[in-house]
Design a protein around this ligand. Structure first.
Ligand code: ACM
Length: 625
């Protein structure tokens, strides 16, 4: 018996009807996220089976490894072991062939590729191995979604629709960040994070390694950074301001060997790891380990709550020597061109109150504490530049003057990034408004505990990293964009996955497909299959898009409520007011409801008669005045 996937073809046909009901266009929706720059779905399909052979330049170990990766994925799920043969045995007439070809004359850049699938052959072409790697990611998504399972599914149609794809990324920096300062992620989790980044064609992992609440990277010259700085005595319970703490010691750190293991793992996935070492703020854990780095000389402990803390680094020569020693070890582990030096949220109170720091400001001929921060960052930049590296920092590094070669990561909106690009500095856009994945993706009351904010999927999707106010030349300084995952309220793997998925899918089209090729309506058609992949991978993705948000406004004068129901996703809203669970036979929502206090509204999103997410319920209670 042959089992065929419910979604047999990864290409889904969608018919668009004109007003008079005739078919005017037939749109082919590929199951690929991020959507390729150009594609055409053709007749027929290619079948992977015992006749299939891969053809590779066997002298190119990098390309060979990419082919082996696909071979292993297919073996894991089908039991098939597809042989790998020399590319010299392949030509246009070779049947049942999958060819991996490098073409030095290709004009698709270092990451672009073409993928041609017909009934007899699959050919992947790229200038560089990275392009072939991304071509394989697309090929995997063209297979039935069961391909991502980790168990063997026998007697299954491993088919790919005939397509012709040409695909080039819009942005060079396609990033995702992970804060391991507030909560530690295991090495296993980080590897899965990287796997998933690669599946979405992201290429930069920003690893936030030091924080007030914990210093997470082993530094051999300064063992107290991790002996003391990696452990806090307690952690805030619940939301900020509860005043409750769990009283449990919490911490952990990555050894240099582990960090190198992550760098090597990421390299195989064509991902660069950019480490972040925060300075001069967010440094309480460092000051806890070595009080002489601080301004007051007082002993502090790593922070047990969240926020911005006063214990920033001082500007003694010995502190710069410390930082240079730390960075010497950091650059030995991380080969990335960019080293992130933080620079955000460094309160200047201690600098302003310290006669010693004030006299340093005077003797350096600086105007104020902002210029001193600029001096700090510039000195660190000089050191890193002398080692052949570049710095990138949060947009506060613009205050007091930007270091000469620094790149800016714009998080407090886009203004910092715009100013930096206008003055000829490279920029990564990461505004809190669109790319902070720690923000809620729906109604706060329906979401798990989080830091707040409101960042639904469509808002991520709408983001355009290159601001329109920039000229074409200035726009060239926008290297790309990244989403940030701060983990104050994300203590577990499941909680982190919930915030990242499916917003990572939207991010991938923002940075890979770019504004020219992304299209929300098309994305909505492609996302359901991506969610099936997440499901098969066992990812705890958020289903928030299917929730209905209930907005109730009390009109005290008329003693009633005006209740509006909001949806994020396609479908219709049914509701009840008698306490029963809504079905597709309940009342259809169209305009705001007028309801009496005490009424319980229950509602859900339905598509083709089926409930999509969960039922949301609210009992209307008059607010006490
Ligand atoms: C930041 O979110 N403090 C960069």
């Amino acid at each position: 018996m042959r089992i065929t996937s419910g979604l047999k073809y990864a290409a889904i046909l969608v018919f668009i009807f004109s007003l008079c009901g005739k078919i005017t266009a037939q749109e082919e929706v590929l199951s690929i996220i991020p959507i390729p720059s150009q594609y055409e779905v053709k007749e027929g399909e290619f079948q992977f089976d015992e006749k299939t052979t891969f053809y590779v330049d066997t002298s190119n170990t990098e390309v060979y490894k990419i082919a082996e990766g696909l071979q292993e994925k297919l073996r894991e799920v089908s039991g098939m072991m597809i042989p790998i043969q020399p590319l010299s045995d392949f030509n246009e007439r070779t049947l049942y062939a999958v060819a991996f070809q490098l073409d030095s004359l290709s004009d698709l850049g270092n990451e672009g590729y073409t993928l041609e699938v017909n009934t007899k052959q699959i050919t992947l072409n790229a200038k560089q191995p990275a392009g072939l790697f991304y071509g394989v990611q697309s090929l995997i998504q063209l297979l039935p979604p069961e391909i991502v399972k980790k168990e063997i599914i026998r007697a299954f149609d491993w088919v790919v629709p005939a397509v012709s794809i040409t695909d080039v990324p819009k942005y060079a920096w396609r990033g995702l960040h992970l804060d391991t300062g507030r909560h530690v992620s295991s090495i296993a989790f980080i590897k899965e994070y990287l796997d998933n980044m690669a599946m979405h064609k992201l290429n930069t992992f920003h690893w936030h390694l030091t924080e007030d609440q914990g210093w997470r990277l082993e530094i051999k010259k300064y063992p107290l950074l991790t002996e003391v700085g990696a452990f806090r005595d307690s952690t805030l319970v619940g939301h900020y301001g509860t005043g409750k703490y769990d009283g449990k010691r919490y911490g952990g750190f990555y050894t240099q060997e582990e960090a190198k293991e992550i760098v090597a793992y990421a390299k195989n996935l064509y991902i660069t790891v950019v480490p972040e070492i925060e300075m001069p703020g967010h440094s309480t854990a460092a000051v806890a380990a070595y009080p002489e780095l601080g301004v007051t000389g007082k002993t502090v402990r790593p922070s047990t709550t969240w926020g911005v803390f006063p214990d920033i680094l001082n500007v003694e020569n010995s502190t710069f020597s410390f930082m240079e020693d730390v960075l010497t070890e950091v650059i030995d582990i991380f080969p990335s061109e960019f080293i992130h030096i933080g620079g955000d949220e460094a309160p200047k109170d201690q600098w302003e109150q310290s006669p010693r720091v004030q006299s340093q400001i005077d003797s350096l001929g600086l105007k104020d504490a902002h210029e001193l921060q600029s001096y700090f960052i510039t000195r660190v930049e000089q050191f890193l530049n002398s080692k052949g590296r570049q710095i990138i920092g949060w947009d506060e590094i613009l205050e007091g003057g930007l270091a000469p070669n620094a790149a800016v990561m714009s998080w407090r909106g886009e203004e910092g990034g715009i100013a930096a690009a206008k003055s000829g500095h490279h920029v990564v856009m990461s505004p809190g408004s669109h790319l902070y994945f720690d923000h809620a993706q729906g109604d706060l009351q329906q979401e798990p505990l989080n830091i707040g904010g409101y960042l639904p999927l469509d808002k991520v999707y709408s983001y355009k990293p290159t601001p329109e106010v920039l000229t074409a030349e200035e726009g060239n300084y926008i290297m790309g964009a990244q989403a940030n995952l701060w983990t104050e309220y994300l203590p577990t793997d499941a909680s982190r996955e919930y915030m990242v998925f499916p917003r990572i899918s939207a991010l991938s089209e923002v940075v890979w497909s770019g504004e020219e090729h992304k299209d929300w309506e098309s994305f909505k058609k492609r996302l359901p299959e991506q969610l099936i992949r997440y499901e098969y991978q066992g990812i705890n993705y958020a289903k928030t898009i299917y929730n209905i948000e209930i907005n109730a406004k009390c009109d005290k004068k008329h003693k009633n409520f005006s209740v509006s129901l909001h949806k994020q996703w396609d479908g219709v809203i049914y509701f009840t007011v008698d306490g029963s669970n809504p079905t597709a036979k309940s009342k259809l929502y169209s305009i705001p409801l007028k309801l009496k206090p005490g009424t319980t509204v229950k509602t859900g999103l339905f598509k083709e008669g089926k409930l999509q997410g969960v039922i949301t319920s609210e009992t209307l209670e008059t607010p006490k005045s």
